[in-house]
Design a binder for this molecule. Structure first.
Ligand code: MG
Length: 203
């Protein structure tokens, strides 16, 4: 399986990082070795001094497809989850300055903790899903899927032009504003509609 992630999908987050608003979704990949499951802890890597949290809604792809039309995108996922797109912001900044790819800053081991998935039918409106991230009991990020620049259908349609989507692939759909650094000892809790879905301890 592969992990496809969307960058710069919430206007307020684009502003906080002084990035440009994209005309198409910004896509990057993480390898399957980035995944952390079952609330496993995250071990702070020695190659970075500035690991940031980015809480994001996830889609789990349920069938293979390419060149998927937006109108049919909903047939390609049944389940939604939440995850953290851990980012080595210091490495990413260096890569950006040199015009180099970001993979080492985004795809390193453990950089993609994911929750269990829930059936999308549990949500009345996929364009109105609230989610948030707390660290040590303090709310740091709060998002709503309605604020995405590119919605789930746009993302699936665009991504599938370049990469055949396969059953089991996971899409990180972008982070809202409020990203920041983690420290050893922090406990992160990510929730959808107030329901705790994912816990990650930084070790
Ligand atoms: Mg992200």
């Amino acid at each position: 399986m592969k992990i496809i992630a969307i960058g710069r999908n919430y206007a307020a987050h684009i502003e906080e990082l002084n990035n440009e608003r994209p005309s198409d979704p910004v896509i990057f990949l993480k390898p399957d070795t980035a995944i952390l499951r079952n609330n496993d802890p995250f071990y702070y890597p020695e190659f970075s001094n500035n690991i940031h949290f980015e809480v994001e809604l996830l889609l789990k792809i349920n069938r293979d497809g390419k060149y998927i039309e937006k109108a049919f995108a909903g047939k390609y996922f049944d389940e939604i989850g939440i995850g953290i797109d851990f980012t080595a912001r210091d490495l990413q900044q260096k890569c950006k300055e040199k015009g180099l790819p970001w993979e080492i800053a985004k795809g390193f081991n453990g950089s993609a903790p994911i929750s269990k998935f829930v059936d999308k039918s549990k949500f009345e409106n996929l364009n109105n899903i609230n989610f948030d991230l707390e660290i040590d009991g303090v709310k740091k990020q709060q998002g709503n899927s309605g604020l995405m620049l590119f919605d789930f259908g746009d993302i699936i349609s665009y991504v599938s032009k370049f990469f055949t989507l396969k059953r089991g692939d996971i899409i990180f759909t972008g982070t809202p504003e409020g990203v920041g650094p983690v420290e050893v000892g922090n406990k992160l809790v990510a929730s959808i509609e107030g329901k705790k879905m994912l816990e990650v301890e930084i070790k």
